[in-house]
Design a protein around this ligand. Structure first.
Ligand SMILES: [Zn+2]
Ligand SMILES: [Zn+2]
Length: 320
């Protein structure tokens, strides 16, 4: 690819032939630009999220070959481990461990078990795995836990269907239909309540999970949105349009629950690496880097929604 200086030396017609237009960088439709402008207005202290979704060319799928992250205790009762771009959360309910997602295929024994042990947790205590959605980078280790420890696996009826109808994934990796979880129906694990919220879009049965965490005893409420659309090209248009509605519906539930802690199963657009670094060097009295505050949490998801709406307009106009 010639640089811009050498391009200027070429005859104009030849230059035009050689130089592909940067995707979406020009001719952004006014309706799409209005959404991007709205996102920029509210981005303020959430620049990484704006940059990922609103700057053309930056959104991308998670990297399946990303390394394992350092298993980390986030809150008194919440841990994170697994592949750095498809992480697994572990909630210590006091009546057993509940995992949100189960990692990449074949990572159950090689990554999750040693990771849990490094955190001082017993893999045999994992009583349930709840799936953010039914793709293999989220249920990859589920069969191992089910077969080894009798762990129950839960997702929505719609995403059991997603798993069952997926012909591209090796059948040995796919968990068999077990617990059927419904949005809006809280799950109680020995007094620890996890509220699933239906967020169809990326898949028909994607879920967010809302639950309390404590930071040295101080209570906060976490929201783990398990069905984020990272790169629009992988989701059909109807799913993208439903996703916008799902974000709006989810934000109402999150507001009602006072969600003030933002966590992701694909933590590649919310500055998780920076927040983990801040947590590692946090001194007593400093704020917890994952406690975002309820107002900022709402803004975070509105940025995602605005930029996805811009993408939808652009894609529709291009007939994609
Ligand atoms: Zn997915
Ligand atoms: Zn995924």
């Amino acid at each position: 690819m010639p640089d811009s200086r050498s391009r200027r030396l070429l005859p104009l017609a030849l230059s035009a032939l050689l130089t592909p237009l940067p995707a979406l960088a020009q001719d952004i439709l006014p309706a799409a630009q209005a959404h991007i402008d709205a996102a920029r207005t509210i981005a303020a202290d959430l620049q990484p999220t704006y940059d990922f979704f609103c700057v053309p060319g930056n959104a991308r799928p998670n990297d399946f070959s990303a390394p394992a992250m350092t298993p980390t205790k986030l809150f008194d009762n919440l841990y994170v481990l697994g592949n750095a771009e498809a992480v697994v959360y572990v909630i210590d309910t006091g009546a057993g461990l509940v995992m949100l997602d189960a990692g990449m295929p074949n990572e159950g024994e090689s990554v999750l078990v040693p990771g849990l042990q490094a955190l001082g947790l017993d893999p045999a205590d994992v009583i349930a795995i709840l799936l953010g959605h039914g793709h293999s980078d989220h249920y990859g280790g589920a069969v191992y836990f089910h077969d080894t420890y009798g762990t129950r696996i839960g997702t929505t009826a719609a995403d059991w269907q997603t798993i069952e109808s997926d012909t591209r994934t090796d059948a040995a990796i796919k968990p068999a239909r077990d617990l059927v979880v419904s949005g809006g129906v809280p799950l109680d694990f020995g007094g620890t309540v996890i509220t699933p919220v239906a967020v169809p879009g990326h898949t028909p049965g994607a879920l967010a999970f809302i639950f309390d965490v404590t930071d040295n005893g101080a209570r906060h409420t976490a929201g783990m949105f398990g069905g984020t659309v990272l790169a629009t090209a992988y989701t059909p248009m109807a799913g993208l349009e439903r996703y916008i509605t799902s974000i709006a519906e989810y934000l109402e539930v999150a507001q009602a629950h006072g969600v003030d802690v933002e966590i992701q199963n694909h933590p590649i657009f919310d500055d998780t690496p920076g927040r983990l670094a801040a947590l590692a060097t946090r001194t007593p009295g400093q704020p917890h880097p994952f406690v975002m505050g309820a107002e900022r949490y709402q803004r975070f998801w509105r940025i995602v929604s605005e930029c996805m709406q811009a993408d939808i307009i652009t894609r529709n106009a291009a007939g994609r």
